[in-house]
Write a protein that binds this ligand. Sequence first.
Ligand code: IPE
Ligand code: IPE
Ligand code: MG
Length: 259
Amino acid sequence: MPTSNDPPAPSSLLDRLPAERWPHHIAIIMDGNGRWAERQGLARVYGHDRGGRVVRAITRECARLEPIRQLTLYCLSSENWKRPAAELDFLMQLLERYLIDERPIMMEDNVRVQMIGRREGIPDRVLAELDRTVEMSHANDGLLLNLAINYGGRGELVDAMQKLARRVHAGQLLPEAIDEQAIAQSLYTAGTADPDLLIRTAGDLRVSNFLLWQISYAEIWVTETPWPDFDEHALHAAIEDYAARDRRFGGLNTLTDPP
Ligand code: IPE
Ligand code: IPE
Ligand code: MG
């Protein structure tokens, strides 16, 4: 029972932010695992291991915050294959374990899982667990969790252009009919909304080939905090910062100017 001596409970983000100020889709470049580990004299893989636990916490929090409908996590880029085999093996094992261990939690939280990226190159046993998770969660209608695995924004555009070119070649599509909507519908993210808020942890000011088409008007929020130290409070800070921004989309001030 709260007594009159208790400090007032901080009002929650859900109470404080009006519905129209929430980001509906958050995309995260989860960076800094290796640096986090190296800073404390540990091997880089410890950072990945700890980062996996943060994925669970942040996904759960996004599922709880109902105005957030989509979360896209950059798990492995198409360029990350340049890393040493031992680190990649560890990442694949971690991913496989994660996909198995998180299933009950995803079901409890009503999370629907999808994968964006190229399947080629990902070990079969990881793909099998991924397919099982996607299949098991497909009827969930809460948060949509897009896992970007072996993902590259340029590669995605190449795949989309090839898809469109094949349709033109087959006489199913006129070149003049290729518009922004046709391109968006040919991406891995077809049918889903673009990110409103792009978060990058660990301080680097670059997009590293992530969602190049989809982030054209995303609000960017970068924190120095490396991914293994990211938590619900940092997520809330990013959302609050986003909520205070004026998204003009090339127009004039949407809050004060007449339509
Ligand atoms: C992000 O952390 C995880 C992946 C890219 C798989 P990093 O492994 O890039 O960590 P840093 O950037 O080297 O610290
Ligand atoms: C981006 O991080 C990819 C992921 C977080 C999966 P990187 O560590 O690969 O990015 P760069 O190499 O510093 O640009
Ligand atoms: Mg990195």
